[in-house]
Design a protein around this ligand. Structure first.
Ligand code: NAD
Ligand code: LMR
Length: 344
């Protein structure tokens, strides 16, 4: 194996004239990476007609790079028609070069008994360097999605390093929480999950997140009309969604991976699809009572591929406002904790 960063590209004649989209993925040989790359290469993220070049970035350790080689061999062996090249590197400058999308997964996962915020000290610094490098070398239309925990604050750290790329390019993933909430509501109401609409996640990807059931609908009716057990909505529902990651760690002995990869596929695909309304953690701009400088989950509508507007009109009851105040405080505290990394 060659160390110190290398680029291995293989090319085939393009089956269409479409320019391949360059997708950089950090932590590509990790658990989420392994569940994600094959879906990207099969077209699940950017559609069945968009060629892809995967730019896979791993930590500069022999074991990680060796594992990455194995993943690349498997990608080769799938003979995906859309996959036009693979770059493997432990050098972020190489991996993020000209990337249209950078998926920042590479970070430590938490273990049993930890909160995601406990990872800030170890993981936060990764996002300082990556934010700077992406800003320097990624494509002009670069978009960034952060998954590594604590995702909201890591995203804010990466965005704080950018001079060229504006904060709206940096999003963090709360889509797993939206998907979890949708399923829990469907199970409680005894309906197919496609009947549940407009359930959005506000705030931090942590147990304080608020899945706003007040604006959700089931078969076109308000959730609070369909599910009469409002104590369940305010208690066990919020608790189950907020602590689902810990429940998976307790059961599996490792953090969620396949569902996280699936959610990231949803996150990016919906951000590339005009008209989609979905939960994304974005710079709050002071909406819904959040501190303007934190990255908070909220509903967005995709406008043009990669761009979005925050949906401003959802009414919040007193209960919702209280929940948002709690998750906002946690985000503000996390921001204060990394003040030295973001320059105050
Ligand atoms: P993992 O340990 O299986 O894989 C992480 C990979 O990242 C490893 O291969 C490691 O070598 C690599 N890595 C570490 N530092 C790196 C760096 N600086 N550059 C490039 N690669 C680096 O972990 P995983 O299960 O894939 O989870 C990754 C992260 O995603 C964790 O922080 C986890 O908590 C988080 N996560 C977030 C969500 C969410 O909804 N936001 C869901 C699940 C997991
Ligand atoms: C999840 O929600 O499953 C991930 O964030 C992993 C974790 O630490 O909970």
């Amino acid at each position: 194996m060659r160390r110190g960063g290398f680029a291995l590209s293989w090319g085939f004649p393009m089956s269409t004239n479409t320019t391949p989209i360059r997708v950089a993925v950090t932590g590509a040989a990790g658990q989420i990476g392994y569940a994600l790359l094959f879906r990207i290469a099969s077209g699940a993220m950017f559609g069945p007609d968009r060629p892809i070049i995967l730019q896979l970035i791993e930590a500069p350790f022999e074991k990680a790079m060796k594992a990455l080689e194995g993943v690349a061999m498997e990608l080769d062996d799938c003979a995906f028609p859309l996959l036009k090249g693979i770059v493997m590197t432990d050098q972020p400058e190489v991996g993020f070069k000209d990337a249209n999308w950078s998926l920042l997964i590479g970070a430590k996962p938490r273990g049993p008994g930890m909160e995601r915020a406990d990872l800030l000290k170890d993981n936060g610094k990764i996002f300082v360097g990556q934010g700077q490098i992406i800003d320097r070398v990624a494509a002009d239309d670069a978009r960034i999605a952060v998954v590594g925990n604590p995702a909201n604050t890591n995203c804010m750290i990466a965005a704080s390093q950018a001079k060229r790329l504006t904060p709206d390019r940096f999003t963090a993933m709360v889509r797993l929480d939206q998907n979890r909430a949708q399923t829990q509501l469907a199970k409680k109401a005894g309906v197919d999950l496609t009947a549940v609409k407009d359930i959005f996640i506000y705030g931090n990807h942590s147990p304080t997140m608020f899945p706003a059931f007040g604006s959700a609908t089931i078969e076109g009716k308000k959730v609070t009309d369909v599910i009469s057990d409002h104590e369940w909505l305010k208690g066990p529902f919020l608790e189950t969604v907020g602590k689902r990651g810990a429940a998976i760690i307790a059961a599996r002995g490792a953090s969620s991976a396949a569902s996280a990869a699936n959610a990231l596929t949803d996150h990016v695909r919906d951000l590339m699809t005009p008209g989609k309304i979905h939960s994304v953690a974005v710079k709050s701009e002071g909406l819904y009572g959040f501190d303007p400088k934190v990255w908070a989950g909220m509903p967005v509508r995709t406008t043009t591929p990669g761009s979005y507007e925050i949906i401003k009109g959802y009414e919040m009851c007193e209960f919702a406002k209280e929940k948002i105040a709690i998750t906002n405080k946690e985000l503000v505290d996390e921001r204060a904790f990394v003040a030295d990394q973001i320059g105050g």
